[in-house]
Design a protein around this ligand. Structure first.
Ligand code: ADP
Ligand code: ZN
Length: 604
């Protein structure tokens, strides 16, 4: 869009320049031969002039043989008098003036230029890309993207794994299809629906599907598009958006990232732009309040930060229906995978349930990109269908970023990494409460040099203390193994340590898992959600710190004693990992069996 206008204005300027040039050249008798004034006078006296034309200070004439001459005269009136005395026939002409349209254009040129510059400045400032529909030239316009019913291809069937959310919005489809019926029955249909949930769970998709299913236009805009540098623009965009919507009713207006506008008014970090945001929010509230039952416009908003929204947004008549769009569970993930694999050939060995089990915490968007990644891999490997193997690789890529096989790692680094990862894996292996180890790899991916993947047997919605403690031990296992084998510490454990601190602190402060502190909630004040933290006495803070530290220390001791006890296994697994780069659960099992003729208290 932006480049279109840029091109347009550049062409306009060029056309203008050409026009001007053409115009100035046209009237200049440049074929005429220039003659000094004195010679001109003698010619006049000799009567050797015909077809004389005076254009301001220039006299143009033809000689007897049809040649064209011109002379610039000091005083046109003198020359005129002279000519008249000799009875020469004279035509006078207005000095060449650009025609009126050019003149107007010329006098407006600075303004036009200024406006063009201003426009591009604004485009940059507001992050373009979402403007469109050829209406981007006005600042106060909503810049919403419009998908007409003919173009929309998304149907409710394309949304999978979030059945409850789907059910909650299903009646909107009926309403949009036949609004009169609902109005006659006196039913009150919500004008505002708030979809909230993690990013990529399909909120946008669901809104689009409602419009697609009902066959109504779909306006979409992101909340961040409203918030501009200049006060008032956001509000006028909101006004424009709603008036456009009413013209196209019945329709859906979708506002993504509503939190950009609708953040709690007393909160906010005060970093400027607050006035503008408040004005925009107020306008939004005004527009929603102004809805009549027969406007037949449904506003759907989406956010992943419902907690920071201004309560005013959720009052009756506004976004009074809130629908949570959760991350899909195992069954949901399987369905989403299948939906996205519809267009691709799938080998008979593919068991979607296994993939779904191995992707806990994946969002719909991640699952979609998993399938897409698999299709790409399939093409690259010249396969005809997606196989289980390909899906496994695609999963790893989505989960951990692309492999970086080209990364140059020193031999010592490689050995330390292998030892570190085996430390994690072995501790997890030895603790029944920990998630089973799925595989261990030292192929660098993203920023990680190696990775230990665990896979829960089933989906866990809550965690018990034993599980959390086992997680702490597992996380610390990496660092402990480095210490045991290389007798030193590296920075490789930074991320593990961060997670350990986080889990341990939450065990004490949020989940009441420390006997000394007791089942009390201590949450730090967060500047973002504007909630005041609980008042905590200094004594309690010391107590909390002590408990967190004690917890981490005991996890550390546990990991250390486990690894010391199984030092031979630690070495054997590290050796295998260095050799094969990736070892799976089955391979670990074989090595453990071979190394422990008499199993010592471990159940795996
Ligand atoms: P959100 O708006 O919640 O951040 P999106 O709707 O933009 O997420 O999801 C991005 C993409 O992920 C969708 O276009 C779709 O391909 C895929 N996706 C997400 N959730 C689902 C779902 N429940 N079913 C099918 N596909 C999904
Ligand atoms: Zn680690």
């Amino acid at each position: 869009m932006q480049s279109f206008y840029k091109n347009l204005s550049i062409w306009l300027l060029i056309a203008l320049a050409v026009l001007l040039l053409f115009h100035t050249c046209k009237k200049t008798p440049d074929r005429a031969h220039a003659v000094p004034y004195t010679e001109f006078l003698t010619k006049v006296d000799a009567g050797a002039l015909s077809k004389v034309t005076i254009i301001s200070n220039t006299v143009v004439w033809e000689s007897g043989d049809g040649k064209l001459f011109k002379t610039v005269v000091p005083q046109a009136s003198d020359a005129l008098a002279h000519l008249l005395r000799k009875n020469v026939v004279i035509r006078t002409e207005e000095p060449s003036q650009p025609p009126w349209y050019l003149q107007t254009l010329l006098s407006w040129l600075p303004f036009v230029l200024f406006a063009v510059l201003w426009f591009f400045y604004f485009q940059k400032g507001s992050g373009s890309g979402s403007g469109g529909g050829g209406r981007a030239l006005a600042f106060g316009k909503s810049r919403a993207r419009l998908i007409n019913p003919e173009e929309s291809k998304v149907k409710l069937d394309d949304v999978a794994g979030i059945d409850e959310a789907k059910e909650e919005v299903a009646e909107l489809v009926d309403f949009l299809k036949k609004p009169e019926k609902f109005v006659e029955a006196g039913a009150r249909i919500p004008t505002g629906v708030l979809l909230y949930g993690e990013p990529g769970t399909g909120k946008t998709l669901l809104a689009k599907a409602i419009a697609g299913e009902a066959g109504v236009p779909f306006f979409s805009i992101s909340g961040s598009n409203f918030v501009e540098m200049y006060v008032g623009i956001g509000a006028s965009r909101v006004r424009d958006l709603f008036s456009e919507g009413k013209k196209k009713a019945p329709c859906i207006i979708f506002i993504d990232e509503i939190d950009a506008v609708g953040r709690h008014r007393s909160a906010g970090t005060g970093a400027g732009g607050n006035d503008e945001r408040e004005q925009t929010l107020n306008q939004l509230l005004v527009e929603m309040d102004g809805f009549e039952a027969n406007d037949h416009v449904i506003v759907i908003a989406a956010t992943n930060r419902q907690d920071i929204l201004d309560p005013a947004l959720m009052r009756p008549g506004r976004f009074d229906r809130q629908v949570m769009v959760p991350l899909p569970d195992v069954g949901g993930r399987e369905k989403i995978l299948k939906v996205h694999a519809r267009a691709t050939k799938v080998a008979p060995d593919v068991d979607w349930q296994v993939i779904a089990k191995g992707t806990p915490g994946f969002s719909g968007a991640q699952l979609a990109s998993l399938v897409n990644e698999a299709a790409l891999l399939m093409t690259r490997r010249n396969f005809r269908a997606i196989t289980m193997d390909i899906l496994e690789s695609a999963k790893d890529k989505v989960m951990m970023g692309a492999e970086r096989r080209s990364l140059i790692i020193t031999d010592r680094e490689r050995r330390i990494t292998a030892c570190h990862e085996v430390g994690h894996a072995l501790v997890a292996w030895m603790l029944p409460a920990a998630d089973p180890v799925h595989k261990v790899t030292i192929i660098p991916r993203g920023r990680a040099l190696g990775l230990t993947m665990q896979q829960p047997e089933e989906e866990r919605l809550s965690h018990d203390r034993a599980y959390l403690f086992a997680t702490l031990c597992t996380l610390l296992g990496g660092r402990v193994a480095e210490e045991i084998v290389f007798n030193q510490m590296t920075t490789g454990a930074a991320n593990d340590i961060e997670r350990v601190s986080d889990i341990a602190r939450r065990m004490v402060c949020e989940w009441g898992m420390s006997e000394v502190v007791g089942p009390l909630h201590f949450k730090a004040a967060s500047p973002l959600n504007g909630q005041p933290g609980h008042l905590v006495s200094e004594q309690t803070m010391v107590l909390i710190d002590g408990e967190v530290k004690k917890l981490v220390q005991s996890a550390y001791d546990k990991a250390r004693s486990l690894l010391l006890e199984h030092r031979d296994l630690l070495d054997a697994l590290t050796h295998a990992l260095l050799e094969r780069e990736t070892i799976t659960r089955a391979e670990i099992e074989a090595i453990v069996m071979a190394n422990t003729a008499t199993p010592s208290g471990s159940d795996r």
